[in-house]
Design a protein around this ligand. Structure first.
Ligand code: SF4
Length: 629
């Protein structure tokens, strides 16, 4: 006998049979998916990334079509096309990934007994990458477009802009060599002022490139929804950490990487890391990270970690040399953009041995002078000759322009990140607010101190008078002084109205102080309190939260990795054992202490408590400091 019923109106045996068929179909789908992940058409299983490559050094260095060294899908097209091709591949790739996730979701619904041919299939039909769970999204191999600065910033700029505006989580690597390296070294918009290259030669009429460098970092930020990392091999932790964060982002991610080109930069083949390091330190190529998911404000999103001595125009370095007696000497010098440029062939025409003393000024000082102050003076930098002796090189006016441009860009970055506020802006609303705050604070403090002085003088007399009055009022001999005092202790105290102190003005550390006059005044005689014996000027400060804890490093465990010293060379420095110490906690911000603690690979930096209660976003940094204190 066959039973009939159920929602489908089918005999039970028929329903079982339908479910068995569905389960068999699910198993087949999952087996196919497993095969795709483990073997697939290539026999190598699922690829872990796909790469679209603009024609250029990055495509031809390894081989020529149809051979390439990449163990994953790779496609090469015209200079400008890598971003556009990546968009197309991304669409098809995510459709394929969605098909796989649909098979898994369908099987999960079946296992949970929640599968419905109409409802489940209708929902699954709509699945696209926007609706992937985080787990699903992170299973998707990234599609990466790679090209040089010429491909991405010049000829292919519109394609890159379109990719950034699309919001699709594609990844773009820009190998920024500041010149068209592959086609013979023509000038690129990413090149530096004064840089000599094809089409920006050094001659009578022109001394290298006259324009300033195009900053792709700022252009990327202008698209507003794009993760940006500007970095290089100069700082491995910044580079790797940023790339990992970019790969996790559900937004487009652009990695602008300084890529020293020995041939076109005129440097030794083994000098790339050193060249990148110098370019970072002299502000030619600063580290920049912009993460739209890092907060609401521009300052929250823009991160300048990785740059040395962030507060300063130029970091400093030690130049070791031999004096005329052959003795080892050392001096501390600013690492200016000229000190970096002098080490690269592309700028060498801007330097010549300095002749006399009279009209020479160190380059950093010269750049800081006004036009009038510069007058007939000439800037110079120190270099070492082949014997390690000190020499001076005169620097061209183009290098001065380059320095001004680099400082200008560096200042703009700091202003955007709220590390530094422009004087023009400070002269406006913020400066006014700060001045008003300080004026109010001074007024309230003065009022408080005056009241305290007055109470100290008059209070004992008041108490004595009140006690006498009280005794006279009860002059029938029925009460003693002790009775009066006991009544005073039991009486209700009233607050003093005259001292109206806004305690919040005193900030965290001083919040307890304005309360003192109220306590003292409350103890003063009132209609209901006939006498008081409390000490008048007792100021209680029992707030344990106000306790200051100094920042410190467990120096014995320091691995000398340079993370903290790069962050702020005035706050952190090495001792004689080449292990880091906090030499001046006031030389930077609490934020820097926390960031150093986070960056320290052995977690030995303890930020303590903030020294400046007015520091921006303090609550956030105190929270982030907690795991390290
Ligand atoms: S204290 Fe930490 S971050 Fe600083 S140099 Fe030592 S190991 Fe590196």
């Amino acid at each position: 006998m066959t039973a009939v019923g159920g929602r489908l109106g089918l005999p039970l045996d028929a329903r079982k049979q339908t479910r068995v068929q569905r389960i068999a179909a699910r198993i087949k789908e999952l087996k196919h998916l497993k095969w795709l992940y483990e073997e697939g058409p290539s026999g190598n299983g699922r690829a872990y990334l796909g790469l679209t490559n603009s024609t250029g050094c990055s495509s031809v260095w390894a081989s020529t079509y149809p051979y390439n060294p990449y163990p994953f899908p790779w496609v090469n097209h015209l200079f400008q096309d890598a971003p556009s091709i990546a968009i197309g591949i991304f669409e098809g790739h995510m459709r394929k990934m969605a098909d796989g996730f649909i098979a898994v979701r369908r099987a999960e619904a079946e296992l949970a007994g929640q599968y419905s041919a109409e409802k489940t299939e209708a929902e699954l039909a709509k699945l696209n990458w926007h609706a992937f769970t985080d787990e699903e999204f992170h299973l998707c191999p990234p599609i990466i477009a790679v090209g040089g600065d010429g491909a991405m910033m010049d000829i292919g700029f519109q394609n890159l802009s379109r990719l950034m505006a699309s919001g699709k989580p594609l990844r773009v690597v820009v190998l920024d060599t500041q010149v068209y390296s592959n086609t013979g070294g023509q000038a690129c918009t990413s090149g530096y002022t004064g840089q000599v290259s094809d089409m920006a030669m050094f001659g009578k009429g022109q001394h290298g490139k006259t324009e300033v460098r195009k900053e792709l970092s700022l252009i990327t930020m202008a698209h507003r929804g794009v993760y940006l990392l500007q970095s290089s091999q100069a700082t491995a932790s910044h580079l790797i950490g940023g790339v990992l964060r970019g790969l996790q982002s559900r937004r487009p991610a652009v990695f602008v990487l300084n890529s020293p080109c020995p041939t076109e930069h005129g440097t030794a083949d083994d000098r790339a890391t050193k060249a990148a390091r110098m370019a970072l330190e002299c502000r030619a190529f600063p580290c920049v990270e912009y993460d739209p998911d890092a907060g609401e404000t521009l300052a929250d999103r823009l991160n300048l970690d990785g740059n040395p001595a962030i507060e300063d125009d130029w970091p400093t370095y030690s130049l070791n040399y031999l004096d005329d007696d052959g003795k080892q000497q050392s001096m501390e010098l600013p690492m200016t953009v000229a000190d970096w440029a002098a080490t690269e062939g592309r700028f060498k025409k801007h330097f010549r041995p300095a002749m006399g003393d009279e009209d020479m000024v160190p380059f950093a000082e010269f750049v800081a002078m006004s036009e009038d102050e510069r007058g007939d003076l000439n800037p110079f930098i120190y270099v070492l000759d082949s014997e390690g002796k000190l020499r001076r090189m005169q620097v061209s006016s183009e290098m001065v322009l380059l320095a001004e441009d680099r400082l200008n860009f560096w200042t703009q970055l700091k202003q955007l990140a709220s590390v530094e506020v422009a004087e023009s802006a400070r002269g406006g609303v913020e400066a006014d607010m700060e001045a008003e705050f300080d004026a109010r604070l001074a007024l309230v403090k003065a009022e408080y101190e005056a009241k305290l002085r007055e109470l100290r003088i008059h209070y004992p007399q008041m108490v004595a008078r009140r006690m006498a009055e009280s005794l006279l009022q009860t002059g029938d001999g029925s009460q003693t002084v002790a009775d009066v005092l006991r009544r005073a202790q039991d009486s209700k105290l009233e607050p003093l109205a005259e001292v109206n102190v806004d305690a919040s003005l005193f900030g965290n550390g001083a919040a307890a102080k304005p309360a003192a006059p109220a306590t003292v005044a409350a103890a003063a005689p009132t209609a209901s309190a006939t006498a008081v014996v409390e000490a008048p000027a007792a100021v209680e400060d029992d707030d344990d939260d106000d306790m200051e804890v100094e920042a410190y490093i467990e120096s014995a465990r320091c691995t000398t990795c340079n993370e903290c010293t790069n962050l702020n060379g005035k706050m952190f420095a090495y001792n004689d054992l080449k292990q880091a110490e906090i030499v001046d906690p006031k030389a930077g911000t609490f934020q820097q202490l926390v960031k150093a603690a986070e960056a320290c690979p052995v977690a030995i930096i303890h930020p303590g408590t903030p020294l400046n209660p007015k520091e921006r976003d303090l609550a956030k940094w105190i929270k982030r400091a907690e795991p390290f204190n």
